[in-house]
Design a protein around this ligand. Sequence first.
Ligand SMILES: C[S@@+](CC[C@H](N)C(=O)[O-])C[C@H]1O[C@@H](n2cnc3c(N)ncnc32)[C@H](O)[C@@H]1O
Length: 245
Amino acid sequence: MIENHIRILAEAYDAGAEEEYQRLAESGRKLLEFERVCDAVESRIKADDVIVDIGSGPGRYAEYFLDKGYRLGCVDLSARSLKLFSDRISDRHNEKLIFNKVSCATQLHWIDDDTADALLLMGPMYHLTTSEKRLKVLRQCQRILKPDGHLFVMYMSPHPVFSTEPWLQNNMLQHPNGIVTYTSFKERIVPQFRCTAVQASEEAAPYFESTQRVEIFDSETNNANDSAPQYLMIYKNSKRFNQTS
Ligand SMILES: C[S@@+](CC[C@H](N)C(=O)[O-])C[C@H]1O[C@@H](n2cnc3c(N)ncnc32)[C@H](O)[C@@H]1O
């Protein structure tokens, strides 16, 4: 059975698929986000590597990496986003696109062990509100990633919402793993899980070693009107370490 909040997210992102596609090209700042993520991934992969993009949305990143010659699989809750992507790339990348499938990030058992050299998780983690579900995703990611692979996770920062809303500061103390705020997207109320990089690293520690945090926006450009400043955590798989210890 599909859980209610997962169904709402799928409906919201179905309704906002075109908007999501435009998002990364709507301003210089968003182009910077796109470039920073692409640079972070490309500096850690080599020709012929396999990338799996979980929460790929309408596939702006996926298309970029396919155009660069990598093999790639896409997963998203939003069937409409995946269809926009497959229509756009049409037959250009048949051999390189290994799957393009509607699935929840918590249900990745259908992907083989050691499939990916790089895993992108840029969406699901900041919409999953319980640590139990986020850990389930991280566990699956570790299994799907090759032993020396990298996981790229986008998180939402508690700042600046945190710094302008006193009630959130108390909430943060009571919930040391992070906080959940809500926003309206396409007339649906969707949750946004927010945590600090320290909290993110601690949660991922059973499976991944944190190697770097990449700021998506510079602190000078963050302002109180921007409710969604994000940062990218780059994790290295600890599988080899776990297996030998
Ligand atoms: C803000 S969009 C980001 C899309 C793309 N990764 C990017 O960075 O431009 C978030 C995406 O994550 C997807 N998503 C959210 N929760 C998910 C989950 N539990 N499983 C799979 N996809 C999910 C949404 O459907 C949406 O397409």
